[in-house]
Design a protein around this ligand. Structure first.
Ligand SMILES: Cc1cc2nc3c(=O)[nH]c(=O)nc-3n(C[C@H](O)[C@H](O)[C@H](O)COP(=O)(O)O)c2cc1C
Length: 497
């Protein structure tokens, strides 16, 4: 392992001498350090993790996240059937490992020893294993998505559909842990009843997983609903595997607080990283404008597909400046050069991008969530809340941006559309649960037969037996939680100071 790491570092050092900007140099050095550390040991304790995010967690974003301080990054969710069909190639010049789709296009790319976890979307143990075996020599761990509430996932029995099927969860995970030599994890959402959540996590734990990520929301919760952080300690305190807390972590300072509040072993960040991946920087977040430039530099360096990079940049800007006219020139940019110039155009009118990190849209969103939470919750802690503010860091620049963030008709239309979409998802989920419960009632009587000793084997793989050879990989969690009742104080303070 050490030799592999040395070779990679030599490669990176060699490419450094030919790189043009200081930003890229520091990015590469950051990656080299992370790769080196990851090569020495792999654990889920005290780690800063970038969450799986569709269209966001591609190679340049992951590289940037490592350079800023992330220890582990998840890939976006990859559907098992899609991964199985891919063809692995290595770029002879860069050493990049690429998984090509038969119809063209790269679905996943990585560098040797990148501390990346491949997240799979699956509803079937055999397909999950085949997909995992396709990539297992190029990723450090496999994660199973059990939280996606989207129509596509639920319809296919994947994502959040797995939350109500602890037996299937156990089968998928134990099939993976028995047949793979790399760690296996899963990412869940909380269920409405604590007992149901416990049934699920215990089924996962007994399958020999190395860690469990908990997104502290219910299936029906939308991202704008506050994470249910106070429900997490009761789950984590009963786990024996390391836990990864996920939900509403937007600032570096909140990481320690969330850990203390929940007793989790590691922390996973999604939207905070999507809006500004330098959230992982212990020295403080960088201005979004600098991060955009770093991201564009990284994208060109790793040869990322332009459309994907543009999407990530637009998401970063959207999270901060609102509908300024200059934003439109970013959407029209046709190449990295035009995109860089367009981002500068936005930064010229939205000083918030260059002045130090402030996230006005994110802040007002969180403030609104918190107000709603207090309105509906009689047990909310109001003591620290006095008035509203958009200034997340107590930094200057809010006045400039609040004038930019206006409630336009376009925004109202968008909100209406989002509401409709939420209702649709909710309907799909309710329908899904209804069908599920009917099916479960029907099949309850013969469940025992299905799991008879004559477990089916496919391609020599035992898909139902419960013993786990990978349990050795599972380390006992030592952290226990003091039950938490409020949101992180810094978050509250920054929302309503
Ligand atoms: C753009 C985007 C894409 C996402 N894609 C995935 C995904 O592929 N797999 C997954 O398990 N969760 C996905 N999520 C959910 C996040 O991983 C995370 O659980 C959720 O956003 C809560 O974390 P946060 O409060 O830090 O944003 C996605 C979230 C966002 C914002």
């Amino acid at each position: 392992m050490e030799r592999k790491v040395d070779v990679l570092e030599e490669k990176i050092e060699a490419s450094l001498s030919s790189s043009s900007t200081a930003a890229i140099d520091s990015i590469s050095l950051g990656l080299a350090r992370k790769v080196h550390e990851a090569g020495m040991e792999w654990s889920y304790r005290d780690k800063l993790i970038m969450a799986p995010m569709v269209r966001i967690s591609s190679l340049p974003m992951r590289m940037l996240a490592y350079s800023y301080g992330a220890d582990i990054c998840y890939s976006e969710e990859m559907i098992d059937r899609k991964i199985i069909k891919t063809i692995r190639k290595i770029d002879p010049i860069t050493g990049r490992i690429e998984y090509h789709l038969p119809a063209g296009g790269i679905t996943f790319a990585t560098y040797p020893n990148e501390p990346v976890v491949m997240q799979l979307g699956t509803a079937d143990a055999v397909l999950a294993l085949k997909a995992a075996q396709t990539v297992c020599n190029d990723v450090r761990a496999i994660d199973i998505n059990m939280g996606c509430p989207k129509h596509f996932s639920l319809q296919g029995g994947m994502g959040a559909a797995l939350l109500s099927k602890p037996e299937l969860v156990h089968d998928i995970l134990s099939t993976l842990t028995r047949n793979l030599t790399i760690p296996v994890t899963c990412k869940i959402r909380l269920l409405e009843k604590h007992d149901d959540t416990m049934r699920l996590v215990k089924a996962a734990e007994s399958a020999g997983i190395a860690a469990i990520a908990i997104h502290a929301r219910h299936i029906a919760d939308r991202p704008r609903n506050p994470a249910r952080i106070s429900d997490v300690p009761a789950v984590i305190s009963q786990l024996t595997v390391p836990s990864i807390y996920n939900g509403d972590v937007f600032y570096y300072d909140d990481i320690a607080r969330v850990k203390k509040q929940t007793g989790c072993s590691s922390v996973m960040i999604a939207r905070g990283a999507q809006w500004n991946p330098s959230v992982f920087r212990s020295a403080g977040m960088l201005p979004v404008y600098d991060v955009c430039n770093d991201y564009i530099a990284m994208s060109t360096r790793v040869g990322n597909v332009y459309a994907n990079s543009k999407y990530a940049i637009l998401e970063m800007l959207k999270g901060h400046v609102g509908p300024v006219p200059q934003y439109q020139s970013c959407t029209g940019a046709r190449d990295f050069g035009q995109l860089r110039a367009a981002v500068k155009g936005v930064a010229d009118v939205a000083a918030v991008l260059t002045r130090g990190y402030v996230a006005p849209l994110a802040a007002s969103l969180i403030a609104e969530m918190e107000r709603k939470r207090l309105r509906t919750s009689s047990s909310g802690d109001r003591s620290s809340i006095t008035s509203d503010s958009n200034d997340m860091n107590g930094a200057s620049g809010t006045a400039t941006t609040s004038s930019i963030v206006t409630s336009t008709r376009g925004e109202k239309r968008k909100r209406r559309r989002q509401k409709k979409k939420d209702k649709r998802t909710q309907r799909t989920h309710t329908k899904f649960l209804r069908i599920e419960s009917k099916t479960e009632t029907k099949s309850a009587s013969n469940t025992a037969d299905k799991r008879s000793p004559a477990s089916p084997t496919v391609n020599g793989v035992d898909t139902l037996s419960s013993s786990s050879s990978a349990s050795a990989m599972t380390t006992a969690a030592t952290t226990t939680a003091t039950p938490a009742t409020t949101l992180p104080t810094t978050l509250l303070a920054s929302i309503d100071s």
